[in-house]
Design a protein around this ligand. Structure first.
Ligand SMILES: C[S@@+](CC[C@H](N)C(=O)[O-])C[C@H]1O[C@@H](n2cnc3c(N)ncnc32)[C@H](O)[C@@H]1O
Length: 192
């Protein structure tokens, strides 16, 4: 990404942070290190879809494409209309849905009824402050759209060993601390 484009993406991120701090839930876009650590978990099946929740200005999205994901196999759900608009310009062949990731089941039915083979879900949603029942409902919905053995890859700023709220519905695969991010983050990986 060129410097000017990167600056304008960061400016958009900061504007949205000022407008809706709880929704954005981070002081800066993810670092390249964090995005690369997420993208490592992309499945090798080139026909499978990847679903991204809370893509923001597209740092993780870009890492997924650099790792080999076909742009037409990327589906993303972003709540901020301005960020979704930015992503549509940046990734014109991807399916960018403006909406609430907690409604992912109905959004996918409406916008991409043919996407039965979702191999992986990448989540950047700020989940630390949500009610356990809401997190539980989201985890069930993610599990329901994933194909057999599909993965959930999510990051959080919780560095301890406490299991994230989605854990109950998945088998735990791996987790990794990423220190080169502001703030440092943990990537956790689960399998259906
Ligand atoms: C911490 S930022 C991460 C952005 C980007 N993935 C990154 O790594 O830089 C969280 C993003 O999730 C979006 N978001 C928050 N709640 C959401 C929801 N319920 N549905 C969809 N997107 C949501 C925010 O608008 C924001 O873009």
């Amino acid at each position: 990404m060129q410097l000017l484009a990167k600056l304008s993406a960061t400016t958009l991120f900061l504007q949205e942070l000022v407008n809706c701090p709880r929704q954005v839930g981070a002081i800066l876009p993810s670092s390249k290190n964090l995005a690369t650590a997420m993208a490592r978990w992309l499945p090798t099946d080139s026909d499978a879809y990847a679903l991204e929740l809370g893509p923001g200005t597209g740092v993780v999205t870009q890492a997924l494409l650099e790792r080999g994901l076909r742009e037409d196999r990327l589906v993303a759900i972003e709540k901020s209309p301005k960020m979704a608009h930015h992503l549509r310009n940046r990734f014109p062949r991807a399916r960018i849905i403006t909406g609430d990731a907690f409604e992912l089941d109905s959004l996918l039915k409406m916008h991409l009824p043919s996407a039965h083979n979702i191999g992986v879900v990448f989540s950047s949603l700020p989940l630390l402050n949500i009610e356990p029942e809401t997190a539980d409902r989201l985890a069930r919905k993610i599990r329901a759209v994933l194909q057999s053995k599909g993965k959930l890859v999510q990051y959080s700023y919780h560095l301890g060993n406490k299991q994230p709220k989605a854990a109950a519905h998945f088998s735990y695969l791996a987790s990794d601390r990423i220190w080169l991010n502001l703030p440092p983050a943990r990537v956790s990986v689960y399998q259906k």
